[in-house]
Design a protein around this ligand. Structure first.
Ligand code: PEP
Ligand code: MN
Length: 358
């Protein structure tokens, strides 16, 4: 339910609405939107919707009370019509610029971390990625260097100036990952790990929530809702491919998700063609497709010697491949960015503007 305060509502009136919400056992979340204060009330309202609607409508300073039609509330565009823009050091995500997160699948050594960080920084990446705690399908596969890898990532940030994103796999790791990283990543396997979502909701740094490989858009946004309702509004979504009947690629990249998300939510959307396809040569075309359809950026895996990588070598770009990707992505993004950013119309407008030679 959303309470829109009138443009002339006083601070006292706003505060008494919030107190009335708390008195009903619900949580108020305020969002100053388009000149009006908008307060979402979050909690179980279904059984007493009518009572709450008439109670809040009668309070001084209230202009309107409307139900939020989506099950996700704080993540919805209805509550927050403006795009969320996430600032992390020198990088800005969701402001219309092109975000490029690049780096090794896992931080295998100090050398790999520093060498790759320098190469991707020189090539135009805006954020350095690298796994320290690795969720591996096999318990016998390389599990990551843990805290040692976090230190190498911090050193790479010093060297290049790039903010760092890395995955946190369980609530007990949140404290240490938060100490070293600039963005905390929730991996596909953990998208519905509610205690982890709540734990990263309590930190002050942005969180990138990867889509569960079997999750619907609604389940994904409900997972984002856990993080936001726990106190962290800086959530970034990442489409990394879903499991379908198709076996010729590692996953199926759901491009439809990008404009659909821009329509449903104010959160920035990143695409990860590395995990979506599992094949190096498919990374560039799918990254371009993601940017063409309106993604706020891409995440790609890059390794100095992919054949020797301890994880995901087949989908990792060489330094040269990363340079080639950036040479195509930048001009494409300039064209897309010049188009109107109406979230409802963006898909059609962008489709019409994709140059035919691609
Ligand atoms: C990753 O980005 O390192 C990763 C493990 O991705 P996903 O969770 O999407 O499989
Ligand atoms: Mn990987």
């Amino acid at each position: 339910m959303i309470i829109v305060m009138s443009a002339t509502a006083t601070a006292e009136e706003i505060n008494s609405v919030k107190s009335a919400i708390l008195a009903e056992g619900l949580q108020p979340h305020e969002n100053p939107a388009q000149g009006h204060v908008v307060i979402a009330l979050v909690g179980e309202v279904s059984t007493r919707r009518q009572h709450l609607e008439s109670r809040f409508s009668a309070l001084p300073g209230v202009e309107s009370v409307t139900p939020i039609t989506r099950p996700f509330k704080l993540a919805s565009r209805e509550f927050h019509p403006d795009d969320t823009i996430v600032e992390v050091g020198p990088a800005v995500i969701g402001d219309g610029s092109l975000t490029v997160m690049a780096g090794p699948c896992s931080v295998e050594s100090r050398e790999v971390a520093l060498e790759t960080a320098q190469a991707v920084a020189a090539g135009g990446a805006t954020i350095l990625r690298g796994g320290a705690f690795k969720p591996r399908t096999s318990p016998y596969a390389f599990q990551g260097l843990g805290v040692e890898a976090l230190r190498y990532l911090a050193e790479a940030r010093e060297l290049t100036g790039l903010p760092v994103i890395t995955e946190v796999m369980e609530p007990s790791q949140v404290e240490v990952v938060n100490r070293y990283a600039d963005i905390l990543q929730i991996g596909t396997r953990n998208m519905q790990n509610y205690s982890l979502l709540t734990a990263v909701g309590r930190v002050a740094k942005p969180v990138m929530l990867k889509r569960g490989y079997g999750a619907t858009i609604e389940e994904w946004l409900m997972a984002a809702e856990y993080i936001i309702s726990s106190g962290n509004p800086n959530v970034i979504l990442c489409e990394r491919g879903i499991r379908t009947f198709e076996t010729s690629t590692r996953n199926t990249m759901d491009l439809t998700a990008v404009p659909l998300l821009h329509h449903l939510t104010h959160l920035p959307v990143i695409v990860d063609p590395s995990h979506a396809t599992g094949k190096r040569w498919l990374v560039k075309p799918l990254a371009m497709a993601g940017v063409a359809i309106g993604a706020d950026g891409v995440m790609v895996e890059v390794h100095p010697r992919p054949d020797e990588a301890l994880s995901d070598g087949e989908q990792s770009l060489t330094f040269e491949g990363f340079g080639d990707l950036m040479a195509s992505l930048r001009p494409l993004h300039r064209q897309v960015a010049a188009l109107p950013r109406d979230p409802v119309l963006s898909a059609a407008a962008m489709a019409a503007a994709i140059p035919t030679e691609h």
